[in-house]
Design a protein around this ligand. Structure first.
Ligand code: BGC
Length: 462
């Protein structure tokens, strides 16, 4: 009998989807993103409205995740609901979150709770938000409060989602609120966010010595267009350092080096402040030297010509589908942190309304994740972005990252083929030959090629 080829994941591997409050809940009228929407500053002019209506009915989508046999789910708490005015706590909001977490646990899904996912209460923004170091205490107070109240239902926390995206898009390129364009301010915000993470880590640790506490960054690979060109290599590496690695250095309590060390001094107590590293990976860019772009460190970015591309958005492309990038990013984070903590893929996904690339993309990215595990990397879970189409920030309703399609007008759901495929993978805790044959037979060679079919079933990675 011929044994079926498969990529088996380690026992206890976490399988889930990731989402955020503002993008899913609906009715969030008290944060800076709502104001941005009201000011007509999203690219489509759309507003989040009822979003995916999670504030009323998240349980309906949790049921879909349960049917997919996900054993985890990442969601975020909306600070502006829980503390609508400075120092005033809304018990009914907390109750709703308690109900959501209870529901997840009942369905045997481990909640991973993000405490900050891009949104700030208006009162906090009006005080200067994360630009001011003295405001960090407000966030840490919120964290202490909310973890104290929810710690019986959750012990897996993600403090701040993608500080690099929040800081650079909000304060350097001006694409996100507050729409500023200043490198110095962006660096200050980045440092304050990482400091907020560190302080939150210790605040949570006090409540929950056994809790699992981390953060996540967005890693975008930036490769030189012509690897033989020193200029392309220098500008690609500058952008790479700036976008990807400054934040990780801060998180690790390491010096960032001259001259940036003036703006980003070493963060005290950062070195021990995480139980895992969260990796969000979507795509890569190629970078070519361009003297007309001083604001982008003299590098022009574009996707690899001829590569499979996600659906485009209003702001341009969402990027190439590049599975090997996940492997490379995991390796880079592991090496740069000297393997000091386990890794979780806290987001990966693609904008693909027709599901034309998603099944194959998921399979190939997971094969790369499996390769990383085979080579000894402690990768403990994968959270696909996202469960149900949701409100994609500036791109509004024009982006479709869901395993499940959503019609925001009627709130009708329709699982894409990827949803049933993801369910089969989670159920098997493996990529099997039969799954590949049914969903993306053309990918069988890349998935099961070379030594890829080694079984990890018996190996317990701690
Ligand atoms: C963010 C999500 C966003 C996703 C897709 C991530 O960087 O954390 O909020 O929806 O990218 O663009």
């Amino acid at each position: 009998m011929v044994r079926e080829r498969k990529l088996q994941f380690p026992e206890g591997f976490l399988w889930g989807t990731a989402s955020s409050a503002h993008q899913c809940e609906g009715g969030n009228l008290n944060n800076q993103w709502y104001r941005w929407e009201q000011q007509g500053r999203t690219l489509t002019g759309e507003r989040s409205g009822v979003a995916a209506n999670w504030w009323q009915q998240a349980e309906r989508d949790f049921e879909l995740a349960e049917q997919m046999e996900n054993n985890a789910l990442r969601l975020s708490l909306e600070w502006s609901r829980i503390e609508p005015e400075e120092g005033r706590w809304d018990e009914s909001a907390l109750e709703r979150y308690r109900a959501l977490l209870t529901d997840l646990r009942r369905r045997r899904m481990t909640p991973l709770v993000t405490l900050h996912h891009f949104t700030d209460p208006l009162w906090f923004s009006e005080r200067g938000g994360f630009e001011l170091e003295e405001n960090i205490r407000y966030f840490v107070r919120f964290v202490r409060f909310v973890v104290g109240r929810l710690r019986d239902l959750c012990s897996f926390w993600l403090t701040i989602n993608e500080p690099n995206v929040y800081a650079f898009l909000g304060y350097l390129t001006g694409e996100f609120p507050p729409g500023e364009r200043s490198a110095l301010r962006a660096l200050r915000v980045l440092r304050n966010l990482m400091a907020a993470h560190v302080q939150s880590f210790y605040a949570i640790r006090e409540w929950q010595p056994e809790g699992k506490i981390g953060y996540c960054l967005n890693y975008r690979l930036l490769d030189p267009f012509r690897s033989y060109s020193p200029l392309d290599r220098v500008v690609a590496s500058l952008q790479d350092t700036f976008f990807n690695w400054l934040a990780l250095k801060l998180a690790e309590g390491k010096p960032v080096g001259f001259p940036l060390s003036f703006a980003l001094p070493v963060l005290p107590r950062a070195a021990g402040a995480r139980d895992y590293h969260g990796v969000n990976y979507y795509t890569r860019d190629l970078v070519v030297f361009d003297p007309r772009r001083p604001g982008e460190l003299f590098g022009r970015r574009f996707p690899c010509p001829g590569a499979p591309m996600q659906d485009p958005g209003q702001a341009g492309y969402f990027g190439e589908v590049y599975p090997e990038g996940l492997y490379r990013v995991l390796q880079l984070v592991y090496r740069r942190t000297r393997g000091n903590k386990p890794l979780y893929v806290t987001e990966h996904g693609l904008n693909d309304v027709e599901d034309r690339l998603r099944p194959r993309a998921i399979l190939e990215h997971l094969a790369m994740l499996h390769r990383a595990i085979r080579e000894g990397l402690p990768v403990r879970g994968y959270f696909h972005w996202t469960l149900v189409d949701n409100f994609e920030w500036n791109e509004g309703w024009g982006a479709h990252f869901g395993l499940v399609e959503l019609n925001p007008q009627t709130q009708e759901r329709r699982p894409r083929p990827s949803a049933s495929m993801f369910g089969e993978i989670c159920r098997a805790n493996a990529i099997t030959e039969s799954i590949v044959e049914r969903y993306a037979p053309e990918a069988a060679a890349t998935i099961f090629g070379s030594a890829a079919a080694t079984s990890l079933g018996a190996r317990v990675l701690t």
